[in-house]
Design a protein. Structure first.
Length: 232
């Protein structure tokens, strides 16, 4: 009852409007949700050329720690998906993240077979200070959605050792420097001999996922594949 009263009060003080059309009461109305392309993005993690199941192409394998990367939808900051992700991350609208679940479930109903060679799901971690500011980790939300459609266990074994700058504000070279050696796996025994699905909300240059994958492989993971809600 208290929760209902609180939600009603917040709805009056800070009314929610559809990010697409402005309809009151929802973050995305059904029509605008349907506008988001959820057919999947499968490209090589390095050169970004189309690749079946997002596998790293032959020419790029030597330079990649990631076996593959797949995403639910293409990403552009100016598109509706960009507005949704910014709303969740920077307006701290945790309830809007329910749409992450809806998108992954929709995609998973069609492409869930791509999880058949995965043992554990590992979300990209936030630094404790950033987590305290935000109150949640959006990568964990996406990981939870994948668990829902696949039943694969989630293992929060990665740790971010430095409170790095926001990647979105940096150049490609700056992103690589920003996250270099920023991740460790304290409990290596938990990840040894595991085929890992590394999860984040957005994949653009791949700098963050690549550094995470290096740490996981060094800890004994057999392979690391990437999954993102959106891919730029």
């Amino acid at each position: 009852m208290f929760t209902t009263i609180t939600e009603t009060a917040l709805g009056c003080l800070f009314p929610i409007h559809c990010l697409g059309c402005g309809q009151e009461g929802v973050w995305l109305c059904e029509s605008c949700f349907d506008r988001i392309d959820k057919s999947g993005v499968a490209c090589c993690p390095v050169c970004h050329h189309f690749s079946a199941s997002g596998l790293c192409c032959v020419d790029c394998r030597r330079s990649s720690s990631l076996k593959s990367v797949i995403a639910v939808t293409p990403y552009n900051e100016a598109w509706l998906i960009g507005e949704l992700i910014r709303t969740v991350k920077y307006r701290y609208a945790l309830d809007a993240a329910d749409l992450f679940y809806d998108m992954v479930r929709y995609w998973g109903a069609q492409e869930g077979r791509l999880f058949s060679d995965i043992d554990v799901i590992v979300p990209v971690p936030l630094h404790p200070r950033r987590f305290a500011e935000r109150g949640f980790n959006q990568a964990e939300i996406v990981a939870g959605a994948i668990h829902t459609v696949s039943s694969i266990p989630i293992l929060s074994t990665l740790v971010r050792t430095r409170n790095t700058k926001r990647q979105a504000r940096l150049s490609r070279r700056g992103r690589i420097r920003n996250v270099r050696d920023a991740f460790v796996v304290p409990r290596k025994e938990a990840i040894q001999n595991q085929r890992v699905l590394l999860v984040d909300d957005v994949y653009t240059t791949g700098s963050t996922m690549s550094e995470c994958a290096k740490a996981l492989l060094s800890a004994g993971a057999v392979s690391v594949s990437g999954f993102a809600l959106a891919r730029g």
